[in-house]
Every structure is written in structure tokens, then in C-alpha cells.
Design a protein around this ligand. Structure first.
Ligand code: BG6
Length: 293
């Protein structure tokens, strides 16, 4: 099928009625629905499905730079590029295809990309929908250059929530974080689970493999499991910043929370021929559930 801008998108379905949509624009996941057809990812009603910018919502890829600390455009160029479908990628671990509906995408730099980031790479993204409805993203980035390069990375994930004031995050208590609202100054989280009453824009460092977002009103918990992604970004623009964003509704901050599996504090360094893998698995379950911590 095509998205609103006429760009190809792929629909994944599982046998129980769950689904996901992946756009070739940015390799962005634009929808993830459970078996009841409920949308689990937030997309702004003002989102622009217009190349070359990433649309506001879903899960976008931040690569090779997270944020604006660097010479590239905010969050890097990968989310603004058209990816291709790869029919026969190098094999992944067997469990990563078994019983799943999936699509493999590929991004390689164009001449223009090489001018602003002169590093030869192949970026393979697999998006899978498992038979239990879980959504799995696996990124493999390979250095096909003669020289090492380094990058930062995030799965910029917009969860749909019923009311941000009723939401809390578990798994990030007592961690150090970099505060993007204070020039990335380092602080230590003091309280219990994280709750929201104003703008938040933080990179939690060395976070556990499993982080949970609890939505009391919907009686739903999002569980994020990550591998190769030590950091977790938490972002909500709150009232003032929402009004300043053209592609975001004034009140929409109440219905969305970004929690990103990421590698930011320490850049990933790849020598020639080396490959890095970053895996994020999302589940949406009826109550609090975070088994492997
Ligand atoms: C978050 C960042 O991940 O993304 C914020 O921490 C940023 O600083 C937000 O404002 C949105 O970025 P963008 O480029 O999609 O508007």
C-alpha cells in the first residue's frame, strides 16, 4: 500500500488480528495495533507525511546522530531517506524470523549523504510482528569503509497513552541522566517511578534491559526490552513546546509519551568490516509485567 504521501508502506499482520505498518520513508513504523485493533503508537493529527521530513509519531530511526549535538541535521538523516526492501538479507539469528511476519529494509548512503557524513555503511532494519503481537525492531549497521566511524542511535518511539498525568515509567529509578533541557547536564534520578507534570527531555544512562510504561487509565503496560541499547530517552514536550511545534496539536502532549531505546552517551564505534546490532522488542500487556529484571 501507499502512505498519504504516495510512498510505499508495508503492512504486517499476525494470525490473531494484530498489525503494523512500516513506511519506506525513513523505515518508520507508522502504526502498531493489538488484536483488538487498538492503536498503540501515537501519531499527531497534524503530522505531515511529506518527504523529506519524518512524520511526527510512530517509531523513527535516529541515525547517525541523536539530537542536535553534532554536525548533522537533528536526529540524523536516516529518518528522512527512502529505504529499499531487501529480499534476501544476510541471515539473522533463527529465532528472529520464526513464527513472525516481517519486512527487511536497507539504507545505503547516497553521494549527497557521503558529503555530510563521509562513511560507507549498510543499515539493515528488520521490523517483525510476532504471533503474540509483540513488535520487534532489529537494526544492523555495518562499516563497509576503509576507516572506523562512530555514531549515536535511537528508536524514537511515540507511545499512545490515555492521559500523561496518569502514566509512570518503571525501570529508570535512581539512574543518572543527561538533561536536554539543561545543556545535557548530568543528574541522578531521586524519586520512585517517573511521573509527569512538566516538560521532560532526558537521556537515562545505562538503563536496564527492560523498561515499562504503565498507563493506569487504559490498564495497559508497554514493556520495552532492548539489546545493544544502553540508554533510554524520555521525552514529553508539555504545553508550551507543543504550541511551538507546527506538526503537533496543542493538547496532544497529553496523549503521547516518547520512550526511546538508544545508544547516546557513548558513541558506537565500528572498525572496517564490523557490524553493530541494536534490538528493541515492544509488548503491550494488560498489567504491570517486566519479568527479566
Ligand atoms: C526527542 C529529543 O527524542 O525528540 C527532543 O530528546 C526532541 O530533544 C524530540 O525535541 C523531537 O525531535 P524532532 O526533531 O522529531 O522534532
Amino acid at each position: 500500500t501507499k502512505d498519504r504521501n504516495g510512498i510505499e508502506q508495508v503492512v504486517l499482520r499476525n494470525p490473531h488480528g494484530a498489525s503494523a505498518r512500516v513506511s519506506l520513508h525513513g523505515g518508520q513504523v507508522t502504526s502498531w495495533r493489538n488484536e483488538r485493533g487498538e492503536e498503540l503508537l501515537f501519531t499527531s493529527s497534524k503530522a505531515l507525511f511529506k518527504s523529506p521530513k519524518a512524520m511526527r509519531g510512530g517509531i523513527s530511526i535516529c541515525f547517525p546522530q541523536f539530537g542536535n549535538c553534532g554536525s548533522l541535521e537533528q536526529h540524523g538523516f536516516a529518518r528522512n531517506k527512502i529505504w529499499t526492501v531487501e529480499d534476501d538479507p544476510p541471515p539473522l539469528h533463527q529465532n528472529d524470523s520464526l513464527g513472525k511476519s516481517f519486512i527487511d529494509l536497507l539504507l545505503k548512503p547516497t553521494e549527497e549523504d557521503l558529503k555530510c557524513w563521509p562513511h560507507g555503511f549498510e543499515f539493515r532494519l528488520r521490523v517483525s510482528l510476532a504471533s503474540d503481537g509483540n513488535l520487534i525492531l532489529i537494526s544492523r549497521i555495518r562499516n563497509i569503509n576503509g576507516k572506523p566511524f562512530s555514531f549515536s542511535f535511537a528508536y524514537h518511539t511515540h507511545f499512545s497513552v490515555s492521559d500523561i498525568s496518569e502514566v509512570r515509567i518503571e525501570g529508570l529509578e535512581t539512574l543518572d541522566y543527561l538533561d536536554n533541557l539543561c545543556e545535557r547536564e548530568r543528574f541522578t534520578e531521586q524519586g520512585d517511578a517517573i511521573t509527569f507534570e512538566s516538560e521532560v527531555d532526558r537521556v537515562y544512562l545505562s538503563s536496564p534491559l527492560c523498561v515499562a510504561v504503565l498507563d493506569h487509565e487504559k490498564k495497559r503496560t508497554y514493556v520495552m526490552r532492548k539489546e545493544g541499547l544502553p540508554d533510554t530517552v524520555v521525552w514529553n514536550p508539555w504545553e508550551k513546546k507543543s504550541k511551538a511545534m507546527a506538526d503537533f496539536g496543542d493538547e496532544e502532549y497529553k496523549q503521547m509519551l516518547c520512550v526511546d531505546g538508544a545508544a547516546i552517551e557513548r558513541n558506537i564505534v565500528l572498525k572496517p568490516g564490523e557490524e553493530w546490532t541494536g534490538r528493541m522488542e515492544l509488548a503491550a500487556v494488560p498489567s504491570s509485567f517486566c519479568s527479566d529484571d
